[in-house]
Design a binder for this molecule. Structure first.
Ligand code: SF4
Length: 398
């Protein structure tokens, strides 16, 4: 029975190749974590311990909370953990974690608002009547606030703060609230609560029953799309820096190999040499092309002057001849101009706009050229025309 989690669907949506590596090929990578996810895990653990103790009527002091966080940090830290931003060390991240927890503690102590129903819960919810598809429910903290109000709390350690619209469209907690609805008979309302620890900020959102049913259908259809897909293209984005598969991803593999080489070998890399040579050659080609185009334009102008002076229309070379024909064409005001607006208004007034289907310039040009309308109407149209000259040069054998 296929079961899906929020992070699995999110992974598919952000990069299908990453999804394939993680959920289809199930590739194990040597790199275990990024420092951001490591910090998130340690902060979650510390808050879980704080509330678990609270359930047993034991209130941790802020010093005990920080000591627990630091102890777990020391126990779990591995040098294989990736720190993307080289300006900062693991110590900077550890201290950030301490600050998050200290701020949280001060804001919510003595933590006696509502009854704790679950901490880091692990459940599943079926998405269809046949229970073919299941969805993982992982709630950081589930609270009973009394009178049928339940709260789903989520801790975030991300360094950016979403706006309210993002939260009102968030799928993860909304799906969890669907599950909460199905669990409690006295259920009346679910409040979705996010704690953005880096900002010491609490934000919330609610969903209607209709919104949740629509969301369930949307998730089910997304899962079916995931199951039927055969294509797993890479999607390069800033998230690649945090992707655990970056080293094997074809979009980045060569760069990773280059970065591992010492500087003297780095420059001898055949791939690097090919790219440099290709770019250099392309640059030269573009320069030549530009020069040739400029020269061609000058020759064109010179030929036009020659024809006008000599009163000829065809000029002969050794093996070719060039005919220089003067053409007159009609121009009407271009899009997004004041004149264009005026033209539309004028056409409306003479009841002819429908005929040129929302101002079809080609249709109007044809009407002017073939004089399809009566004179007074053509006069209206002609107020907007401008006549310009151009030259067409064609090369052919003698
Ligand atoms: S590195 Fe980027 S493109 Fe490659 S698999 Fe990861 S997320 Fe996708």
């Amino acid at each position: 029975m296929p079961s899906f989690s929020h992070s699995r669907i999110d992974s598919y949506e952000t990069c299908r190749l990453r999804y394939k590596y993680a959920y289809i090929d199930r590739i194990k990578v040597e790199v275990e974590d990024t420092v951001e996810t490591f910090l998130g895990s340690r902060a979650h653990e510390a808050l879980e311990k704080l509330y678990r103790d609270k359930k047993y009527e034991k209130l941790m002091s802020v010093e005990e909370l920080l000591a627990y966080f630091n102890e777990r940090w020391k126990e779990e830290w591995k040098d294989s953990i990736i720190i993307v931003n080289k300006d900062y060390t693991q110590e900077n991240y550890r201290k950030m974690g301490e600050r998050y927890l200290k701020d949280y503690y001060e804001r919510y102590t003595p933590f006696d608002h509502g009854k704790i129903l679950g901490l880091e819960t692990k459940n599943q919810m079926s998405l269809d009547e046949e229970a073919t598809y299941r969805f993982h429910i992982r709630i950081d903290r589930l609270m009973d606030m009394g009178e049928g109000l339940y709260e789903v709390h989520d801790y975030k350690t991300s360094s950016s703060l979403p706006n309210q619209e993002d939260l009102d469209n968030d799928r993860q907690l909304a799906m969890y609230s669907l599950w909460v609805r199905s669990q409690f008979k006295d259920f009346k309302k679910v409040r979705l609560v996010w704690h953005f620890l880096a900002f010491d900020k609490e934000m919330d959102s609610f969903r209607t029953e209709e919104q949740l049913e629509n969301l369930k259908a949307e998730i089910l259809s997304k899962i079916k799309e995931i199951e039927s897909t055969k294509e797993y293209p890479a999607h390069v984005s800033r998230l690649c820096d945090w992707c655990l598969y970056k080293e094997i991803c074809p979009e980045w593999k060569h760069l990773t190999q280059l970065e591992e080489k010492p500087e003297n070998e780095y420059l001898k890399d055949p791939g690097l040499k090919l790219v440099d040579e290709y770019v250099e050659t392309k640059k030269k080609l573009d320069e030549h092309k530009m020069e040739a185009e400029e020269k061609l334009e000058k020759l064109k102008q010179a030929l036009i002057v020659f024809c006008e002076k000599e009163k000829v229309e065809v000029v002969f070379g050794t093996e070719n001849k060039i005919s220089v024909k003067e053409q007159e064409y009609i121009k009407l005001p271009g899009k997004n101009t004041k004149e264009r607006e005026e033209l539309i208004e004028a056409l409306k007034q003479i009841d002819r706009l429908d005929e040129v289907s929302e101002l079809d310039i080609h249709a109007l040009l044809r009407i002017i050229k073939d004089e399809e309308w009566d004179d007074s109407q053509l006069d209206v149209l002609r107020r907007f025309e401008a006549r310009e000259k151009s030259y067409r040069l064609s090369i052919s054998k003698k």
